[in-house]
Design a protein around this ligand. Sequence first.
Ligand code: ADP
Length: 471
Amino acid sequence: MEVIHISAECYPVAKAGGLGDVVGALPKYQSQAGDYAKVVMPMYRTKFLYENDWITDFKGQTNMGNWFFEYTVIKEKTNKLGFDLYLIDIHGLTDREKIYGYDDDVERFTAFQIAFVNWLSTWEHKPDVIHCHDHHTALIPFMLQHCYQYRWMNDIPTVVTIHNAQYQGWMGWDKNYYIPAYDTWKSGLLEWAGTINPLASGIKCAWKVTTVSWSYLEELRSAANGLEALFEYEKGKCTGILNGIDYDVWNPQTDAMLNGKYTIKSVAAGKKKNKQAICKQFGLDANKPLTVFIGRLVGEKAADILPDAIAASIYGTDGAMNFFVLGSGDPAVEDRLRDLNNHFPHLYNSFIGYDEVLSHKLYAAADFLLMPSRVEPCGLNQMYAMRYGTVPMVRSTGGLIDTVVDMGDPDGFGIRFNHASVGDIVYSVQRAVSVYNDKKHMLWMRQHMMKLDHSWEGAVQQYRFMYQSLK
Ligand code: ADP
């Protein structure tokens, strides 16, 4: 099967969060399982671009409304990532340092999608599936089915996977002319609540829609940032497939980024060594347990309550727990998290920024990983934590429900709470301190988690069944 993944992110080319991890791993494991998976993404000016060799695969020209542009498709030469990787360069639009955050993101991603469909129309064969990820690529099903120039390709099955329904790519109707010409009576397939809504359009027009966990799909019917009724209406074609994690990248036995590698057997000593190194580097107390938070400092992750929750937890446990935060996002939250250093110098520290290597070191060093998320479509952090023998302390939502069992339940290994509130976090931290002091129980939980299977193999099979159902 030839599967074309089209996405704004792909690790290690360009990553802002979980989407990048998934698109960097799923195609690799699909290729290993015998499918032919390719990834197509915009060409940003990232380190990966400059450090690798490329060949020009195609040069084309097309238009977005009355703006005519040229694009170039380049291909990575050596199949370094385990799949064919293509980048589309639209001079002046895609070739920037960051993935998102520009005033013209709507133009950037719309032009990228038009260029992709235009390029596809020159292929001598049709692929088996076009697999679109999130709103940045969710106009493609509409373009293939309804735009005059491209609808001869409407028999190519399309899948939209939703990694995050909070962001939908909204654009005003004044930008309707960007989209290649179509019958205006079909404009309802682009529309939701008065605007062009690419994610809604993808849900309406794709042959199948998947979310990255079952519980998230359930939640979307009652909380989908305005799309609730659409998820209810389209539930027949929606399914949840839980993400895996890339065991080649996330493996404490082989991870070169760690301060000490370890196995299931040597987990206690291995984690201690990693914790000592981190505590030394950041002035924390290695004799106490360590809770870390890693992630985007945004409302979805409940980062706004972190400063109060950490302060209250330190008071509520009489300073029995260390805390460390790695993240970036809302500047007000960043400031408050930096300021907290002054209040608890030997119990709390933070690194405000994005640091892939430090994240690996922290998953290995931590005893607990805090995720009080208000919304969590799947969540990869808790799975990385488990792989590294770190106990997840999570709010019961989305993919966290599907992957973490509270230690109070049979075979439980994690800590779950119901509300993104200071009170629930303090109570959970108190539970963490008490289980940390029960060395035998703690070791059992660590080893149990490390044995759990969160590899991609199962998800690859489920995606394949889904693709086959489209034939
Ligand atoms: P989301 O995609 O919503 O941000 P996920 O849990 O799916 O959340 O994925 C987050 C990914 O981003 C994980 O790989 C996590 O380790 C990484 N990450 C988030 N923030 C940072 C940061 N500041 N530094 C390093 N890695 C980070």
